[in-house]
Design a protein around this ligand. Structure first.
Ligand code: HEC
Ligand code: HEC
Length: 155
């Protein structure tokens, strides 16, 4: 009788381990891309990839994510766009465009090829653009912004 319970316990444990692994698989393959007007995101200004990365707890493993602010660097700057160009000041070719959501956050689980570096541009919801002068090779915008440099801001 005792052995019976131990066996049941054993199989329940195995089932739990398998369930939690496939849970992570789900997150891994879950496609999440920010869209204007959406309000699913959170944690403005934090490095999203502290959690939304391989093995992390956040739903969706992001390849590029961050937050944008108004000129006061405190208020969220909703519903604009992030563009990534091959040259500074919006020159070269436009490789990617990602919507900023209604909370001023942007994120994507889609693959981004940083080979050769990409120049980020923020376009606010009135079409005003701000250009980052140097290229990036990582999509963790908040690893610098709000950390080693100011938050990304625009009018
Ligand atoms: C401290 C860890 C942590 C950080 C930092 C974090 N997230 Fe999350 N995120 C989570 C967890 C855990 C979930 C799943 C549970 C939940 O919705 O709270 C989640 C869920 C989400 C979802 C999905 C919500 C849904 O309903 O599908 C989005 C979108 C999201 N996060 C965006 C972001 C963005 C953008 C950033 C950075 C500005 C960020 N997160 C920073 C932990 C984090
Ligand atoms: C390696 C550090 C680093 C990373 C990663 C980084 N930035 Fe920047 N960013 C800076 C610095 C430093 C400046 C100011 C000098 C400059 O423009 O090069 C800046 C300036 C900017 C500006 C122009 C000024 C402003 O605040 O409006 C924008 C827009 C911008 N970054 C967007 C982004 C976006 C979007 C990402 C992620 C896709 C990103 N940055 C990733 C360091 C970084």
């Amino acid at each position: 009788m005792k052995l019976h319970f131990i066996l049941v316990y054993f199989f329940v444990c195995i089932a739990l381990v398998i369930a939690s692994c496939s849970h992570y698989e789900l997150y891994k393959h879950e496609k999440k891309v920010s869209k204007n007007g959406e309000d699913e995101s959170h944690n403005n200004g934090m490095n999203c990839m502290n959690c939304h990365l391989s093995g992390g707890k956040g739903e969706g493993w992001f390849n590029l994510a961050g937050s944008v602010y108004k000129a006061n660097k405190i208020s969220q700057n909703p519903d604009g766009k992030i563009h990534l160009y091959t040259s500074p000041n919006g020159q070269g070719s436009l490789k990617y465009s990602i919507d900023v959501d209604g909370k001023g956050n942007f994120y994507t689980t889609e693959p981004i090829d940083f080979d050769g570096g990409l120049y980020p541009v923020h376009e606010n919801n009135k079409g005003v653009k701000k250009y980052m002068a140097s290229p990036i090779v990582s999509g963790q915008c908040q690893s610098c912004h709000n950390a080693t440099t100011d938050n990304i801001w625009n009018d």
